[in-house]
Design a binder for this molecule. Sequence first.
Ligand SMILES: *Cc1c(COP(=O)(O)O)cnc(C)c1O
Length: 407
Amino acid sequence: MQKTQVTTSEPDEHGHWGAFGGRYVPETLVAPLDELTSEFMRARADANFLRELNLLLRDYGGRPTPLFYAQRLTAHADGAQIYLKREDLLHTGAHKINNAVGQALLARRMGKHRVIAETGAGQHGVATATVCALFGLGCVIYMGAEDVRRQALNVFRMRLLGAEVVTVNAGTRTLKDAINEALRDWVTNVRDTYYLLGSALGPHPYPLMVREFQSVIGREAREQILSATGKLPRAVIACVGGGSNAIGIFHPFIGDQEVRLIGVEAGGRGDSLGEHAARFHSGVASGGGRVGVLQGTMSYVLQDANGQIATTHSISAGLDYSAIGPEHAFLHDAGRAEYTCASDTEALEGFELCANLEGIIPALETAHAFLPAIRIAHDLGRDDSIIVNLSGRGDKDVQLVADLHSE
Ligand SMILES: *Cc1c(COP(=O)(O)O)cnc(C)c1O
């Protein structure tokens, strides 16, 4: 099939990127989602809102984050210059605060005093509890029982920040079940409650809104690489869970056809369904990533031959979700972005490489991007550059890696 060149990626007014996205929700959520959409559209065009957002991102979040030339990783790759966009230096340790600050401002603007959110590993829960403390908003975080057990320290952090953490015992007791509970709460309490969703997922306007709040990463990175090297990078690489850090750094480069946009999914511990979270990975015998609806949006979803949502596995909890944000599905099918995956073992290798060569311990999510990035850099010239989005820091993962070493 002849592919038309994609130079922009704006959804239509109903949040559709081609066949993807949209809003597949119970009737009771249609009016609140409409209200949220119009308030967001007004806010993004309001100079006062943007001024306050930018001030908070600067003085509270720590923006702009540096674009760091990774000299020893570059020498190791023996090719293009590797630059790291340092989202790990932000308050709470990852890009998630960009979106949490933006949506909390929106919640306050809408007069909602109670904020709810879902969390998997706990990173989005911590970011949300943080901004709720900052704004004096009530905060309830839904978290699967399995994740509560695995991420006890983040549960304690959220409680310290004043949030109530609700343990979800349904289903596989992980992120998907936490999102279901949060949606159920929202349906019941929609008048005074704001649902602060954590990735570029869910019904319209969330995928668009989260992308807009995260695009600050790509806007900064584009300016920074131009001033450091005088030209655009050959590739921009990011790990992809729901897809928010990746779409945030990709989006300002979409019109730059010469810049390859590469997402790295979790290849887990094997190719069969249930062993990974690579939604774009083809060749899974018993099903795999196919177009379907999950939690309000149309996208690629890991499912078995009967359309049952598949379980997933990844060494990093943040990449471990059965679906991917709809804009990524669109960019994938349009051929504008490429997607590859890295296994648990490759992620651990990337984790240690980055720590050893650059003195930066990355999040295990981020660590998936390093081996693919090194391969891409190796095939390019020394005058070229690539950017890797260093989505978060690895403090939260050190214990897990230590346990693996002692096994
Ligand atoms: C949550 C998280 C991710 C995955 O989420 P996206 O929405 O795909 O960005 C990646 N890296 C870090 C550090 C995270 O905390």
